[in-house]
Design a protein around this ligand. Sequence first.
Ligand SMILES: *[C@@H]1O[C@H](CO)[C@@H](O)[C@H](O)[C@H]1NC(C)=O
Ligand SMILES: *[C@@H]1O[C@H](CO)[C@@H](O)[C@H](O)[C@H]1NC(C)=O
Length: 178
Amino acid sequence: MKYFVQVLFLIIIDGISFLVETKAGVVLQNDFAKLVRCDESFIKFTSFKFYKKSRTFAALNVTYTTFQDITSDEHVRLKVSAWQLRGNEFKKTVVDFSMGICTLYKANKFGALSLIKDSNLTGCPFPKDVYYINDMAPTSDVLPPFFPEGKWMLQLNFFNNGKVITEVQWMMTILKQL
Ligand SMILES: *[C@@H]1O[C@H](CO)[C@@H](O)[C@H](O)[C@H]1NC(C)=O
Ligand SMILES: *[C@@H]1O[C@H](CO)[C@@H](O)[C@H](O)[C@H]1NC(C)=O
């Protein structure tokens, strides 16, 4: 009932467009993104801005400089771990995997290309340079089926030679539509 009221409220606020963006009755609401750490000998963020575009849509804009060419999966890997809020604590779940950044890009895994459509990334390879990515906002399309509703934290760790070069925490809420 609580979610029904919440979803109904969102639909009233944002009209039909909000419904069209969702898949399989699941809504992904992006709550917050935080840059936890980064290795400035490899990559430096000059801007990291999570902002609310509208009542129901929030996104991340970043600009960063890389100091090494990224040419293969061995160079940079992304490890994703999903933590779910239970009680008032985030608990690690079984959703935990890792993938080379070039495969992520080339095979368009998890809608990677739609996440970076407003960017000047044209890799892989990604030569060392300045890059921007605007309006990054995952939708429910990136989720595996039957992803449970609730508050979630995605821990995104980018690794180079087993060392974390960037860690981002992405907070989101999964809502089920009735
Ligand atoms: C990406 O855009 C930034 C800022 O406009 C620019 O400085 C940089 O050279 C561009 N990088 C590439 C690879 O085109
Ligand atoms: C983020 O990028 C979008 C698209 O370029 C722009 O419209 C928006 O104003 C930017 N937001 C912030 C907070 O920089």
